[in-house]
Design a protein. Structure first.
Lengths: 405, 228
């Protein structure tokens, strides 16, 4: 009966109920859409950055990330190479050996990042082959180099030219080598464009005087949600006294911070939005409580306990909130779905700027239940809290005074 | 035998500011089966007395005893339960729950008493028939006339099988026909089922039908007339 009473009371003043519901509906619609776009954009951006080079998870020798030194290279043993066969979420294992080197050709020199890669595995995650603008992709075991466009431009290199690399190798050995340019790759990011030089892994190991060693193993995962199980599996499967396992958040704190700052900005917008909604709902509650004071007095007089009455009124307000929220979710579902399937695509200068940093200039909406549930929960908590007000008034209500008006 | 007794009941509003003495030492004894009207000019304390007897308001001093229960000593929640079991109220107007039908309004008090569904249903039907509303059971208050609404209120007041019905100016908003109709029903229930009715009223038509008329003036019993 309390449910029936609450339900029917909602519709006593249809216009007011519809206006309140509509305000909740639009707030939920707006907040859900904003959240879906913001989270979707960040997910897309993170995936781009992570899959561009870093991978969601990397394994190094303990202390490597802090020092980033070739001396922290470690043997690429079978158990590490076969990580993918032990943990289903690991889709690709990318062994790398990397350090800085001085590149020169003729009279020109430039500092570069010389990286040894497994060409097949690397392409599986970073799609490096698709970035080739001239020439061909590397093959394992060949003595050849891929250079970024910026490096080629600085050094005046063309396909078939030779690049000379000089560096300090493993434990101080002299590293020197010369490699024909097999391909030129283009990165959106200017930073990468002016410093990347790729060699096949064995060739790079030989260059750095570190046969069989790597400085990092990047792991390709399909989804961010797979990070936790992979970290758990690696923590228990690897000797943590020797290796460090890091996820992208540890490796890219700047990106995490940028995301946090952006999310904080949104929280302020949500706060203002829900504050406005809260005032709307509270206005309805105030009017309802005032209008029905006489009725509340009668109900207490005929034997209804204040708590029972309070629960009925609380249910009424919460039902109003739930109806508005459901409406908002139903309205936002097709909208979020549409922008998930057909992402917002930027053009012009903004798109060019994003592309320059290697991001696809699109903002897809994130279509995940938690986006909708989060808003539903927020409005539920909001209405449930606001509905405490009439409960408080009812506890203090004196039936005689209420009926006197 | 259920009896209402008040001894030296006073009620002072705003005791700390400008005190208003609504009841000023009321001694009364109302026996079961009475059909009593409390009359008096506006501000004489009729409604206050009814509220105090019904446990809706507490006296400033004095004792109120209903059927042997000292209602002054009860907590608020106990008092609500006591009212639910022993006292039925009929107010001036607008006292039905507007979103419930006539039948649901009558059933509501029994629901609060946690009576079984079938019993609630049967008794609500029986009472609405008794007040002549067999064909209006599924109408909401807004679809009923003022007189019909008051009859539903009487049915609701009777639903929990109370010892007393307290009615505060029940005919104040009714036309002559509805008033006569309502008084007929209450008189019949009083006679046939020995239900005690206590009214506060200005209405001469009600006063004419009462078997006992208590007149209040300035919060005191000025006269107490029992008719044959």
């Amino acid at each position: 009966m309390l449910f029936r009473l609450a339900w029917r009371n909602i519709w006593r003043n249809k216009r007011r109920t519809l206006i309140t519901m509509a305000s909740i509906l639009f707030a939920v619609l707006f907040a859900t859409f904003m959240e879906a776009i913001q989270k979707g954009a960040w997910d897309h951006m993170i995936s781009s950055v992570v899959n561009y080079y870093f991978g969601f998870v990397q394994v190094h020798e303990k202390g490597y990330w802090e020092e980033q030194s070739i001396d922290k290279a470690f043997p690429l043993v079978d158990s590490l190479e076969q990580l993918g066969t032990k943990t289903a979420e690991i889709k690709e294992v990318l062994p790398r050996i990397e350090s800085f080197a001085l590149a020169s050709t003729g009279e020109n020199t430039s500092g570069v990042m010389a990286i040894g890669i497994d060409p097949v595995a690397e392409n599986g995650m970073t799609s490096l082959e698709s970035r080739i603008s001239k020439g061909a992709y590397l093959k394992s075991g060949e003595a050849a180099a891929l250079v970024a466009e910026g490096v080629a431009k600085n050094l005046g290199l063309e396909l078939g030219d030779t690049i000379v690399l000089i560096s300090q190798g493993y434990h101080g050995v002299n590293a020197a080598g010369k490699y024909p340019i097999k391909g030129i790759v283009n990165f959106g990011s200017p930073d990468l464009n002016k410093q990347m030089v790729y060699l096949p892994l064995k060739e790079a190991q030989s260059f750095y005087g570190a046969p069989g060693l790597v400085t990092s193993i990047a792991l390709k995962l399909d989804r961010q949600e797979d990070i936790k199980p992979v970290l758990r599996a690696l923590d228990s499967g690897l000797d943590t006294a020797i290796y460090e396992v890091m996820d992208w958040k540890e490796m890219l704190p700047d990106l995490v911070q940028a995301k946090t700052v952006d999310s904080a900005g949104n929280i302020i917008i949500y706060f203002i939005l829900y504050l406005i909604i809260a005032f709307g709902i509270f206005g309805t509650i105030l009017m309802m409580a005032k209008e029905r004071e006489y009725e509340f007095g009668v109900l207490i007089s005929i034997g209804m306990h204040r708590l029972q009455l309070g629960i009925a009124v609380w249910l009424e307000v919460v039902m109003l909130g739930v109806l508005g929220t459901l409406g908002g979710i139903l309205a936002s579902l097709p909208l979020v779905w549409y922008f998930h399937v057909y992402p917002i695509r930027f053009t012009g200068d903004y798109a060019a700027a994003m592309e320059a940093f290697g991001f696809e200039p699109i903002f897809p909406a994130l279509l995940q239940p938690h986006i909708f549930l989060q808003q539903a929960l927020l409005v539920f908590i909001l209405t449930a809290l606001l509905a405490i007000y009439p409960l408080y008034k009812l506890i203090k209500l004196k039936p005689v005074q209420a009926m006197r008006g | 035998m259920k009896v209402i007794t008040t001894i030296g009941v006073t009620k002072v509003y705003n005791p700390d500011k400008i005190p208003v003495r609504a009841l000023n030492g009321v001694d009364l004894r109302i026996e079961q089966g009475e059909f009593t009207a409390i009359v008096g000019p506006s501000g004489s304390g009729k409604t206050t007395l009814l509220n105090v007897i019904g446990g809706l308001d507490r006296p400033t001093s004095g004792d109120v005893d209903i059927g042997g229960a000292d209602i002054d000593a009860m907590s608020d929640n106990k008092l609500i339960d006591f009212r639910k079991q022993h006292i039925g109220f009929v107010f001036q107007a607008y006292n039905l729950i507007p979103v419930l039908t006539a039948r649901e309004n009558v059933e509501f008090v029994m629901l609060l008493q946690k009576r079984p569904k079938q019993e609630r249903h049967d008794r609500a039907e029986e009472l609405l028939r008794a007040v002549g509303l067999a064909d209006k059971m599924d109408k909401r208050p807004s679809e009923l006339s003022g007189g019909q609404q008051q009859r539903v209120a009487i049915a609701r007041a009777l639903a929990p099988k109370p010892d007393f019905i307290l009615a505060d100016e029940p005919t104040a908003n009714l036309d002559s026909v509805s008033t006569a109709n309502l008084l007929d029903i209450m008189a019949r229930l009083n006679k046939e089922e020995n239900i005690t009715f206590v009214f506060s009223t200005h209405d001469q038509r009600v006063i004419d039908r009462a078997r006992r008329v208590i007149t209040l003036v300035d919060g005191k019993v000025a006269s107490d007339e029992v008719r044959g």
